[in-house]
Design a protein around this ligand. Structure first.
Ligand code: B4P
Length: 191
């Protein structure tokens, strides 16, 4: 199974992906985590990505697509893959579809987390206090929301048009409550 966990910044993609990974034994591929690891190692990719992420912008499609292309085959070898934070633009979605088609695969489902913007901002400002992430300042959060609405939201329509099941999941409430809603949907879809 190839699934995507989708949503605006701070909607809980990473939080839920870890739970889904454990419950359904899927390989979890988070482009945000991969980029942060590159930043921490100080690689050339990390240096370029770090500047962009700290400004709240999206890292260039070519760079992200190359990263995913390098990791997808290994991830696909198991029971399935959960993509977290990717694709975030239409070009990334088209590149993903083409990569999967080469192996005779396709995206099977999209879990889209729905959280009011005021809650997202509050969560990210709280995360700034706890984790001190460079991209969780108020100005950066505003830019990330802008990028989400302009570049990322159209990805949902892309999958709906291609008849991929897209399930809007209420992302409010405790992480356990949100996970229960996701678990039910994936459980039904993978039967
Ligand atoms: P990501 O790492 O994908 O992260 P995110 O959108 O900030 O957060 P996520 O939705 O995973 O929320 P989380 O579970 O952490 O992206 C970071 C940056 O990387 C992007 O802005 C971009 O620059 C770059 N990037 C990544 N992928 C890219 C791509 N494909 N193309 C281009 N650029 C890319 O939860 C957020 C907070 O809320 C946490 O503190 C968590 O504890 C809390 N929380 C979670 N669930 C909660 C709940 N139910 N109730 C209350 N709080 C909750």
């Amino acid at each position: 199974m190839i699934g995507i966990i989708f949503g605006p910044p701070g909607s809980g993609k990473g939080t839920q992906a870890t739970r889904v990974e454990n419950e359904f034994r899927l390989a979890h591929l988070s482009t945000g985590d991969i980029l942060r690891a590159e930043v921490a190692k100080g690689t050339p990719t990390g240096k370029e990505a770090g500047r962009i992420m700290a400004a709240g912008d999206l890292v260039p499609d070519e760079l992200i697509v190359d990263i995913v292309r390098g990791r997808l085959p290994e991830a696909e070898a198991g029971a399935g893959v959960l993509l977290d934070g990717f694709p975030r633009t239409l070009r990334q979605a088209q590149a993903l579809d083409a990569m999967l088609a080469q192996e005779g695969h396709k995206v099977d489902l999209v879990v889209a987390l729905d959280v009011p913007e005021a809650d997202l901002v509050a969560r990210l400002l709280h995360r700034a206090e706890v984790e001190g992430r460079a991209d969780d300042t108020r100005a950066t959060i505003t830019e990330r929301m802008h990028e989400y609405h302009g570049q990322t939201e159209p990805v949902l329509e892309h999958y709906r048009t291609h008849r991929v099941p897209v399930e809007m999941i209420d992302g409010t409430g405790s992480p356990d409550q949100v996970f229960e809603r996701i678990r039910r949907f994936i459980g039904i879809s993978s039967r």
